[in-house]
Design a protein around this ligand. Structure first.
Ligand code: ADP
Ligand code: MG
Length: 696
């Protein structure tokens, strides 16, 4: 394998360089225009593009192509077709037409649709997203696509994302025009997703049914050591991990993914990878590919990559920090800027975002609601389930002074004159950091920290884009009719900040005081995914998505159904796994130990009636009690699981799993974890927390 990074970087991607080199000039020009404006491709050039793509892919060793898409399962899907086309009866040629490039049709009746597609119309259609580059992986040309039904309803995560990017672009351009920008053609949404993950030894993993079926441990007493020494965070990389990471970087670079930063995270065996940001839809594709590569390359090293939000109780779980910003003419719009006009623009966009987050707290929460993420949010290691926004001390003081109409008391040294009436000067400061905030301004971008490590970032970004587009739409409607745009903008900034300042919070988001304070402020605290999903179809949310053309009511309804269904399925798998592990592994192990102890006591007594058997008796008594508790909990769990699974309505079913099944699972776990610490190590049937986290 070549190791010269600049040589391998993007070598498997049909990117701009390759297009320029391989396509006729006119075709290249037309295609790049399509990409830049987000339009659909001119059918007359499709054959030429397809053929060039095929020739290039074949040189890279491809024999197949696939339309790669993001159904609502949370993972990607692909179906491979060979390029071959028969010639006569005994020969084939490698062919790929424009039609095959642009459009695909697949029997997709097994993908979740939430009732969107009747079974008699089982076909799903894929359409090329030219703004996301095609690539070759494992002998196949991958064509990133959107996935929809016959009637054009989106069956995937990507289509609403692309629509939301368009919506935000349209509204942001209106604002830029008001500020005199006549040249910008497209406002780009930039996203960089920092990905956390755990690594575990493959042999140990294989012996844990919970990791295999549920992706997380469902049992396990704490190891003597956790993350309390803080010796893992940014610590030196273990040899095996370093080798894995090096291979991972290389693979990602080949795919044109800017894997930039890697380090150990807070919990033992936890790590992070951050890429350099990209346009939102590309960042989404790249994050999905990154997750796929993490798993695949770990296996090559005899390791398994766990992307679950909470693989182990008692130590930190994994999230994904979704860094988000807007850019126009290659300049970051969330950079406070140096000129007065830039500053006014910055404040207007900032106000739009603050308003968006406040107005759509519920949707932000829904976008990160996932059964696995419920174990993380609000448990003192990740942001609470309450959505709030952090701006830092300086910006906070500025906002306060705008709202109160008082002078801004920032440091004189770095002041900039904002130059519009009634808005004071703003000191640029980017150093504030608050790790406990769900949504933090970090100098020139926002970091959405509630996202779960395993989640597709398409939805969080779709929600953000759409909510901000709505704020900007309202702003533009008002400002376009204003006599004096500058003073109207200043007033608008002031009014918006005053109306939405309740969402701003700079304190400790992990504290109980914040929960109480948030309640006083009337902020939502949607503790579980199920609580969050229930808000999805609220009238204001339906209006938001449908009015901006991002999702229709029926597209939303189908997603709501899938959220509830998916939640119930995940908890159901966990419950069934617990039943199997407890009844077939843990209870028998405890009984074996009890029997050994009883034998020992009998033998001791036979040897000498004066020998003490107090230890055996005490252990037998305690283990017998716990083992019976576990047995009863297993029986109860079986009963409740059956009852929950039988509920027809998806929402009611999810509620039952959340409110009834999970508490029984917790009860079972408590009994088994106590059994674990009393049972002889040799007899314990699975690797322990210590084995899993420290023997990598
Ligand atoms: P940290 O948040 O740990 O301080 P950085 O600030 O370097 O780290 O950035 C973290 C992530 O944010 C990276 O993936 C980076 O590419 C991304 N990022 C930086 N600038 C932007 C931007 N303008 N838009 C979107 N993401 C960005
Ligand atoms: Mg960060």
């Amino acid at each position: 394998m070549k190791t010269n990074v600049s040589e391998i970087f993007g070598s498997m991607v049909f990117n701009d360089d390759v297009m320029r080199e391989r396509l006729p000039k006119e075709v290249y020009k037309s295609l790049t225009k399509t990409i830049a404006t987000g339009r659909t491709i001119d059918p007359s050039i499709a054959d030429v593009v397809a053929n060039a793509m095929k020739d290039w892919a074949v040189e890279k060793g491809a024999t197949h192509y696939t339309h790669w898409f993001q159904p609502l399962t949370g993972v990607t899907a692909e179906k491979h077709d060979a390029f071959i086309s028969p010639v006569g009866t005994s020969q084939v040629v490698m062919e790929f037409s424009g039609k095959e490039l642009i459009h695909g049709e697949s029997d997709a009746s097994s993908f979740p649709t939430g009732g969107l597609r009747a079974t008699f119309e089982a076909r799903g259609y894929t359409a090329w997203d030219p703004a996301s580059y095609a690539f070759v992986k494992d002998g196949t040309l991958y064509i990133p696509t959107a996935f929809c039904s016959y009637t054009g309803e989106a069956l995937d995560a990507k289509t609403p994302l692309l629509r939301s990017m368009d919506a935000l672009n349209t509204q942001a351009l209106r604002i830029l025009r008001l500020f005199g920008d006549t040249t910008c053609r497209r406002v780009d949404i930039t996203v960089g997703a920092e990905q956390e993950y755990f690594i575990v030894d493959k042999a140990m993993y294989d012996r844990r049914k919970d990791l295999v079926y549920a992706g997380r441990t469902l049992f396990g007493a704490p190891a003597p050591k956790g993350q309390e020494l803080e010796d893992h965070y940014f610590g030196p990389l273990k040899t095996r991990i370093a080798a894995f990471m090096a291979d991972l970087d290389k693979a990602l670079w080949t795919m044109g993914i800017n894997a930039k930063t890697k380090h150990n995270e807070a919990a033992p065996a936890q790590h992070e990878l951050a890429p350099i940001y990209a346009t939102a839809n590309i960042a989404v594709d790249q994050n999905l590919l990154t997750m796929e590569y993490m798993k695949k390359i770990a296996e090559r090293h005899g390791l398994v990559c766990l992307l679950h939000e909470k693989p182990y109780a008692g130590v930190n779980g994994s999230g994904k920090h979704n860094n988000w910003s807007l850019s126009a003419n290659g300049k970051n719009l969330l950079d406070p800027g140096k000129t007065p006009a830039d500053n006014a623009k910055f404040l207007l966009f900032l106000a739009a975002i603050i308003k968006a987050v406040d107005d759509y707290q519920d949707l932000m929460r829904v976008s990160v609601a996932y059964a696995g993420n419920d174990h993380r949010l609000g448990s003192g290691e990740a942001p609470p389930a309450i959505v709030s926004l952090f701006v830092g001390e300086d910006l906070g003081a500025l906002i306060e002074s705008i709202v109160d109409g008082t002078a801004y008391k920032g440091s004189k040294a770095a002041m900039m004159d904002l130059g519009i009436p009634s808005v004071p000067v703003f000191r640029k400061d980017t150093t504030d950091r608050n790790r406990t905030s769900p949504f933090a301004f970090t100098g020139n971008k926002f970091e959405f920290r509630m996202v779960g490590s395993s989640q597709n970032i398409a939805l969080p970004n779709t929600v953000l884009n759409t909510a901000v587009a709505e704020s900007l739409r309202q702003f533009a409607d008002l400002l376009e009719n204003a006599e004096n745009v500058e003073s109207a903008a200043a007033q608008l900034i002031k009014d918006t900040l005053a109306a939405h300042k309740r969402i701003l919070f700079d304190g400790n988001g992990y504290s109980d005081e914040w929960e109480a304070e948030a309640e006083r402020r009337g902020l939502l605290n949607l503790r579980t995914s199920v609580d969050a999903y229930k808000t999805f179809m609220d009238e204001k949310n339906v209006r938001l998505f449908s009015s901006l053309g991002v999702m229709s009511e029926s597209e939303m309804r189908s997603r709501e159904e899938i959220y509830f269904e998916n939640y119930a399925k995940i908890v159901n798998i966990e419950a069934l796994t617990m039943v199997v592990m407890a009844s077939r592994n843990y209870i028998p192990a405890a009984e074996t130990y009890i029997s050994r102890l009883a034998e020992t006591a009998t033998k001791k007594r036979a040897l000498s009636p004066t020998l003490s058997c107090a230890l055996e008796e005490d252990l037998i008594r305690r283990l017998s009690t716990l083992s019976y508790e576990a047995y009863c909990a297993v029986e109860e769990l079986k009963k409740e699981e059956t009852a929950a699974a039988a509920i027809r309505d998806a929402r009611e079913r999810a509620e039952r799993y959340c409110n009834v099944v999970i508490p029984v699972m917790d009860k079972l776990r408590r009994a088994v974890d106590r059994m674990e610490v009393l049972t002889a190590g040799q007899l314990w049937p699975v690797p322990t927390y210590g084995d899993l986290m420290f023997r990598v």
